[in-house]
Design a protein around this ligand. Structure first.
Ligand code: FAD
Length: 376
C-alpha cells in the first residue's frame, strides 16, 4: 500500500532515535532525550500491545537494598562499589518520585522490612554488621536507615520469624500506575510509540540503522537504543546479559490482613507485600537457577508450591487463603556483575540493559546515562 504525504511526514519520517523496548528504561530514555532535543523525532518500538516486560510484571518495591543484601555486596565487591550502587538506587527513587509524583506511582510510605526466620544463617552476620552498615549509609541517606523492629512479627501476623529489620525510607508502589504515568508523560512530550512491533534484528549501515520487524516491515533510524533488558540475548547474544525469570503470586483479598509494607527474606530471594487487599509474594528463583535463566514467561509447580508453603508457614499462618493470580517477569543479570550495562555497541547503536532486581530504583538514572551516551 502506498502512503500519503501526510502519513509519511507525520508517522513515518526517519527518527533521530529509535528506542527498542517500552519498559521503564526505554520510556525514560525516550522522554529525557526528547526533553534535551525537542526538535528530534523519537520513536519507541514495543513488541507487546503495551509495555510488557518486567516493569509491568514486577513486585513494585521502591527499595535501595536490605541489610543482608547490602552486607553481602560489601563483602563481595568492597564498600565503595556497593555503596555507590546504594546511592544510585536512593537518588533514582527520589528522582522517580519527583518526576512522576507519589500519587501517580501509588507510593505508600508503609516501610521496607527484612525478616529473618528462626535459625536464619543470615541473622548473625546482619546483627554483627548492623550498626556499621547504618554508619556507612548515613552520608548517603542523610539519616539512619535501619532499625530493629521485632514487634512487627506479631503486629503483622508473621510466624517462624525471630527478627525484623525495618526502614521507613522504602515502600510499595503500583507498577501499573507508574508505567501508565510514564507512558503518558513520554507521549505528551512528543515521543512516538509503535506497539505490537517486534524488532527482529539491528542492522547498521552507512546511513543509519535498519530494524526489520516481525511481519516484514522494516524501520530505519539514525540511532538506536536497545532497552530490552532480559530479552536482549535475542537481539545481541554477544553481550553479558543473562535472563532471570521471577515468579509471583497474589492471593485473593484477605479480611483483616495485618501485613503492611514490603518485606525481603532469604537474601532477597523471597519478597512479599500487601497488594489489592491480599498478599503478593514472589521469588524462589534460587530453587532452580538454571531452569529460571530463561526468556520465556511462565510458572512452574515447584516454585509456586514453595511460594504457597511460605504463605502457609510464615506469612499467613492459619489463614484460609486462595490464589487469585500467578505470573512471571524476566529480569536481566550479568555473569559476575550487578552493574547495569550502558554502552555503545557501535557508532549508531547503544544499549541500556541489565537492571537486575533494581529497575524501579535505577531505571531513571540508567536512562539519564543512556541519553548522555547518545548525545555524546
Ligand atoms: C517478578 C519481578 C519482581 C521484581 N520486583 C522488583 C521490585 O520490586 N523493585 C525493583 O526495583 N525491581 C524489581 N524487578 C526488576 C524490575 O522490574 C526491572 O529491573 C525493570 O523493570 C527493568 O526495566 P527495563 O525497562 O530495563 O525492562 P522491561 O520492563 O523488561 O522492558 C523491556 C521491554 O522491551 C520489550 N521488548 C523485548 N524485546 C523486544 C523486541 N525484540 N522488539 C520490541 N520490543 C521488545 C518488552 O516487551 C518490554 O516491554 C522485578 C522484576 C521481576 C521480573
Amino acid at each position: 500500500m502506498t502512503r500519503s504525504v501526510w502519513e509519511a511526514r507525520a508517522f513515518h519520517s526517519q527518527p533521530r532515535l529509535t528506542v527498542v523496548g517500552a519498559g521503564i528504561v526505554g520510556l525514560f530514555t525516550a522522554l529525557l532525550y526528547k526533553r534535551r532535543f525537542p526538535g528530534h523525532r523519537v520513536l519507541v518500538v514495543e513488541r507487546g500491545a503495551h509495555p510488557s516486560g518486567a516493569s509491568i510484571r514486577n513486585a513494585g518495591f521502591a527499595c535501595f537494598g536490605s541489610p543482608s543484601e547490602l552486607l553481602a555486596d560489601i563483602d563481595k565487591e568492597g564498600a565503595d562499589a556497593a555503596l555507590c550502587r546504594v546511592e544510585e538506587r536512593w537518588r533514582g527513587l527520589r528522582e522517580l518520585r519527583a518526576e512522576l509524583g507519589d500519587e501517580h506511582i501509588g507510593f505508600e510510605p508503609t516501610g521496607g522490612h527484612e525478616a529473618y526466620r528462626i535459625a536464619d544463617f543470615l541473622y548473625p552476620r546482619v546483627a554483627e554488621g548492623f550498626d556499621g552498615l547504618n554508619e556507612m549509609l548515613q552520608p548517603i541517606l542523610g539519616q539512619k536507615a535501619f532499625h530493629w523492629s521485632d514487634e512487627t512479627i506479631s503486629a503483622q501476623g508473621l510466624h517462624g520469624v525471630s527478627h525484623v529489620a525495618h526502614t521507613h525510607l522504602e515502600g510499595p508502589i503500583d507498577s501499573g500506575l507508574l508505567m501508565r504515568a510514564l507512558l503518558q508523560k513520554a507521549m505528551e512530550s512528543g515521543v512516538a510509540l509503535r506497539t505490537n512491533a517486534e524488532v527482529l534484528a539491528i542492522e547498521e549501515h552507512a546511513m543509519g540503522v535498519r530494524l526489520p520487524l516481525r511481519g516484514g516491515e522494516v524501520l530505519e533510524s539514525e540511532q538506536v537504543l536497545v532497552a530490552t533488558n532480559g530479552y536482549t540475548p535475542a537481539l545481541l547474544p554477544e553481550l553479558d546479559v543473562v535472563p532471570g525469570r521471577g515468579q509471583v503470586l497474589l492471593t485473593e483479598p484477605i479480611e483483616g490482613l495485618r501485613l503492611r509494607g514490603t518485606f525481603h527474606m532469604d537474601e532477597g530471594f523471597y519478597y512479599f507485600r500487601d497488594c489489592a487487599g491480599g498478599v503478593l509474594l514472589g521469588g524462589g528463583r534460587n530453587l532452580d537457577l538454571v531452569g529460571e535463566s530463561t526468556m520465556t514467561d511462565g510458572t512452574t509447580p515447584m516454585i509456586q508450591e514453595a511460594l504457597e508453603r511460605l504463605l502457609r508457614e510464615v506469612i499467613l499462618p492459619g489463614v484460609d487463603f486462595r490464589i487469585a493470580r500467578r505470573w512471571s517477569g524476566i529480569m536481566a543479570f550479568g555473569k559476575d556483575s550487578k552493574q547495569p550495562l550502558v554502552m555503545r555497541t557501535s557508532d549508531r547503536v547503544g544499549v541500556a540493559v541489565r537492571m537486575g532486581g533494581m529497575g524501579v530504583a535505577i531505571g531513571i538514572r540508567v536512562a539519564r546515562r543512556a541519553v548522555d551516551l547518545l548525545a555524546g
